[in-house]
Ligand binder design. Structure first.
Ligand SMILES: [Zn+2]
Length: 344
């Protein structure tokens, strides 16, 4: 079973690596269950030191990013290596669109956002950006942020280091050439990353790694209503929302999603703007000074999920754990992909 999954994953990885070069429909029809093995499970995908990562999301994500962990109060909240959400005052959120630009769907999305004054961040593939510089320029002209999602969507830890460097370097160069502005943000395809590679890329390119806290699985469930509902029910202040502008169903979901989030008072900002607002997580209270009252203890998971009570407690509480466990237990029958799985 495991072997065949591994084989399918390899196959899928090969297909997806090629897809962008083959045409404009970079739609991984096979991005479903076989990909369960494409992303290292959270345990294998060792997390960052607590001081390197942005606060855990306030609300449980549909599928949490691989590196979600609370930040220590000592780290500068604007200079972390990776973020999956931010700790902000106010209902600010960053919606991020991956895998484009796509000439069929992205311009339609840009128009919707222009009409509403909404800013987003696009994690583009270099191979697609070079083919659609006009769309990239339009993104920039409308105030959106353009960032790096690799050249053609490989799992970066699974290719030679020099090839991984080239994926980042070429995409940075392409975006810089088109926009005149060098991107610093990287979203690794599939969220796949290792601490060593992250440290290397940080050192070499000064990259900051952006994951997510809200994931409606829009690559899997091509249903606008479902995509809308999952975003609206999981959104939280400081959220980084992950969606893909290459899917017509995702773009179809956006007008109502935008309008409902705006009606709830959410404000759309770019990832840079969100990070600029990121606050330190409060210091933990000294427990020994306050003998614990005879109160029912909070379940660990609940305490960990709240940024207000999230402390620099040593082992990062992972919002992913809830979804990651069943995934490891029964990969074949899990109705929803586990954390970190899918086309990201
Ligand atoms: Zn992607």
């Amino acid at each position: 079973m495991k072997a065949s999954w591994g084989f399918l994953a390899l196959l899928a990885a090969g297909v997806m690596g090629l897809a962008p070069a083959l045409g404009q429909t970079f739609v991984p029809a096979n991005a479903g269950k076989p990909l369960a093995t494409m992303v290292p499970p959270p345990a294998a995908n060792a997390r960052l030191a607590a001081s390197e990562v942005a606060p855990a999301p306030a609300a449980p994500a549909m599928s949490a990013p691989p590196d979600a962990a609370p930040a220590a109060a000592t780290a500068s909240p604007q200079n972390l290596v990776a973020y999956s959400a931010c700790n902000v005052d106010g209902k600010y959120i960053a919606i991020t669109f991956d895998d484009g630009p796509n000439p069929e769907t992205t311009p339609r999305l840009l128009k919707m956002m222009e009409q509403r004054g909404i800013k987003a961040t696009f994690f583009v593939l270099g191979s697609r950006a070079v083919a659609e510089p006009g769309i990239i320029r339009q993104m920039q002209a409308q105030g959106h942020e353009v960032a790096n999602h690799s050249w053609n969507h490989p799992q970066l830890p699974k290719i030679p280091l020099a090839a991984a460097d080239k994926q980042i370097a070429d995409t940075n160069a392409t975006i810089t050439q088109i926009t005149g502005k060098a991107p610093t943000f990287v979203r690794p395809p599939y969220g796949a990353m290792t601490p060593a590679l992250r440290a290397h890329l940080r050192e070499k390119f000064g990259s900051t790694f952006i994951y997510w806290s809200v994931d409606p699985l829009d690559w899997k469930d091509r249903n606008p209503q479902l995509i809308h509902d999952r975003i609206v029910s999981n959104v939280h202040p400081g959220a980084i929302i992950l969606v893909h502008d290459i899917h017509p169903t995702t773009v179809d979901a956006m007008p109502k999603t935008f309008d409902d989030l705006l009606a709830k008072g959410y404000k759309f900002v770019t990832v840079s703007e969100l990070i600029a607002m990121n606050k330190s997580v409060p210091e933990p209270k000294v427990a020994s000074l306050n003998p614990a009252p005879k109160k029912k203890p909070k379940p660990q998971g609940a305490a960990a999920a709240k940024p207000a009570s999230t402390t620099a407690s040593t082992t990062a509480a992972k919002p992913a754990s809830a979804t990651a466990k069943p995934a490891a237990a029964k990969p074949a029958t899990t109705p929803r992909p586990p954390a970190g799985v899918g086309l990201y």
